[in-house]
Design a protein around this ligand. Structure first.
Ligand code: SF4
Length: 315
């Protein structure tokens, strides 16, 4: 659970009372070594917050994060440093996370130099290797980020992440800002790197097509809670939760040419004041009285598939 105070209101000097947002609530997320888990949901559902928590960028106010079986809050010294380096994050807008005054060589090589993964003498060779892995020509390592295209900047972000020898990478909408043809290239690069470097990914996206293409397992979030999780094939063939079904019905799918598309009814409610009971009940076509008062528990409904819906109790 993460509490975010309304600092902006204070900064603006507005007479707005401080609110607490439970951006991520009661989430139990497990990612196995070598797996690609797709994390899906509409904007504001808490998926980016959850990604930042598991990558070690944001602290959680309650709950625990375990890395290789160890509670990261209890890790100290070298173990804590290594634990943090092994978990990296790649963002949607690489430009915003690249220092415009630094040359690519320094962007990619700074952290490994600081953490002793390379030396001044081996620096150039080390940077070249990371750039090649990310599909960049090392001949351009003296250039600045603004001298690259959007896709190349994303590759710089990937090279920077690879440079600290990660095992687990959180990709937060990492291809959302790119043209479709570039998206395909970057997605293929992620898959190649997974194979070559034995990487594990948490792939955050609102794009179900991307998630279906990449993921072994899919986790669906709604307003801070996980509502369904299942192997990818199962989600696309037999989604259980009404929210997952609505999401799937709102995107075109190959082989479903005659089906009418529908949108998810209504707007996602404010996380400042989420609906009681099942957060999805104001938008759910199957809602009944119990949904308005009782929070549904995420429970197994088929091997590997968990869903949080009271309809499963009635079945
Ligand atoms: Fe819909 Fe009720 Fe299931 Fe929530 S618990 S998804 S409101 S049927």
């Amino acid at each position: 659970k993460l509490d975010i105070a309304a600092k902006l209101a204070r900064r603006l000097g507005a007479s707005v009372r401080e609110e607490i947002v439970h951006a991520v609530d009661r989430v139990d997320l497990r990612v196995r070594k070598g797996e690609v888990v797709g994390l899906v949901g509409e904007s504001g559902c808490g998926k980016s917050t959850l990604g930042r928590i598991v990558a070690g960028i944001l602290p959680q106010s309650e709950g625990e994060v375990f890395w290789n079986g160890e509670n990261v809050a209890a890790m100290q010294g070298e173990a804590a440093k290594i634990g943090k380096l092994r978990r990296q994050m790649i963002f949607q807008d690489p430009y915003a996370s690249l220092n415009p005054r630094m040359r690519v060589a320094d962007i990619v090589g700074e952290a490994p130099l600081v953490h002793g993964l390379t030396t001044r003498g081996k620096f150039d060779g080390y940077v070249d290797e990371q750039m090649r892995r990310a599909g960049l020509d090392p001949a351009f390592k003296r250039r600045y980020p603004h001298q690259f295209s959007g896709g190349q900047r994303q590759r710089i972000g990937i090279a920077r992440a690879l440079a600290v020898a990660p095992e687990f990478i959180v990709c937060d909408e990492a291809v959302a800002a790119l043209d479709v043809s570039i998206q395909a290239q970057i997605l293929n690069l992620f898959m190649q790197l997974r194979k070559d470097l034995d990487l594990t990914y948490l792939f955050i996206s609102h794009d179900l097509g991307v998630v279906e293409h990449l993921s072994d397992r899919v986790v669906i979030m709604y307003l801070g809670r996980v509502v369904e999780e299942a192997p990818t094939e199962r989600v696309f063939a037999a989604a259980n939760h009404p929210y997952t079904q609505s999401l799937l019905n709102s995107v075109p799918r190959i082989g479903n040419r005659k089906r009418a598309f529908t949108t998810v009814k209504g707007e996602i409610p404010s996380p400042l004041n989420p609906p009681p009971g099942c957060h999805f009940h104001p938008r759910c076509p199957h809602a009944f009285e119990r949904c308005r008062v009782e929070v549904p528990v995420l429970r197994e409904i088929a091997p590997g598939q968990r869903s949080a819906c009271h309809l499963n109790d009635a079945a």
